[in-house]
Design a protein around this ligand. Sequence first.
Ligand SMILES: [Mg+2]
Length: 166
Amino acid sequence: MYEKLIPDMIVESVHKIDLNLLKKKGITSLVLDIDNTLLPKKAKFLDEDTVEWLERAKNEGFKICLVSNNTKKRVNELKEKTGIPGIAWAIKPRKGAFKKALKLLGAKPHETALIGDQIFTDILGGKRVGLYTILVKPLSDEELAWTKIMRRAEKIILKRIEGYEN
Ligand SMILES: [Mg+2]
């Protein structure tokens, strides 16, 4: 269980992900969390840098799917803006939505990287289906109480992981 909580890579933000390194690892597909990974939870619009990053990843040949525990409305807004398909009400860390995403991407787990800001939903869920997992720092701290509790537990774990500065 414990090892399923440790991400394969930890970065400051999506912008710091070395896409070439992912390619070298045989990764061709990306499963992306939305809230606090691509934009702050309360923000409605992606910033230009992130839109560009998504475009660059697409141009580099990566297939991309959004997987969010948020509503269909939220996922559709991003889909309209970026053209990237998404799955809402994912109930991460349950495996269903990730499996759905792999099917949609036509990708195998070992060819796919999960990118998200939370250990107990994104990383754990991704690991459970065998994805390469990348943890990013959350973009905002405005969270529901439940998430705050989860964060506390995450911090305890992160303290044990070398190289993570909070
Ligand atoms: Mg998130």
